[in-house]
Design a protein around this ligand. Sequence first.
Ligand code: OAD
Length: 235
Amino acid sequence: MARIVFFTGAGVSAESGIPTFRGKGGLWERFKVEELATPEGFAKDPAKVWKWYDLRRKIIAEAQPNDAHKLMALIEKEHGDVWVITQNVDGLHRRAGSENVLELHGNIWKVRCTACGISYYEFKTPLEEYPPRCRECGGILRPDVVWFGEPLPPGVLEKAWELSRTSDLFVVAGTSALVYPAAQLPFIAKEGGAYVIEINPESTPVSRIADEVMRTTATEGMKLLYRRLKEGRYL
Ligand code: OAD
């Protein structure tokens, strides 16, 4: 069976009201990445990092999956061998019903203890204290997400690499494709012979290798893609 892989970034959740990182109105325009998304920033001021994450958790808790998330989930139901490889930590793909989801950068609802290493889901927001404490050992918790300078969770990159290399249709949606190693995946897919589609209102490094570019939003692009898949256009 032909394999479809969706590779997604913050732009896919933009229409759910969750800010992107780069570009106009992006988080990295207003906030300092080195203070908020690095192990060094956390070591220096864990409470500050947690307050920022808690604000984002609140926005995400109030957000709903949009048609782009929903159509990816529907395509998985209808087609089977469909995977979402996401850089997003918001969990909206699963909330939309996707089951084959690989979270490259972790999940904002997960916490990890800096002392005993345990990791678990903690959905409370606002949190009771900054930084929150481990329910097992009382150690300081951190968000279980990947920060700059940190490796991806064990096994996840390998799996993403393999899925990309063996995909037949590889759809890159809503990512600036600037953050490595994730940004390598479209190129792996292309080398592996996949038909690569980019959905993004702006040009990215993927645009020049894409077989097809949809210069539109994630929801509009996914509607078009869904119609074309039904017509048997790609597989
Ligand atoms: P970025 O914020 O870098 O890029 C968002 C992309 O979405 C841009 O290319 C926009 O043009 C596009 N976009 C905006 N609105 C859109 C819409 N409605 N529909 C489709 N596309 C839209 O986000 P990512 O590429 O996900 O990493 O960023 C990658 C990583 O950098 C994130 O996972 C995070 C960040 O720092 C870590 O925290 C490690």
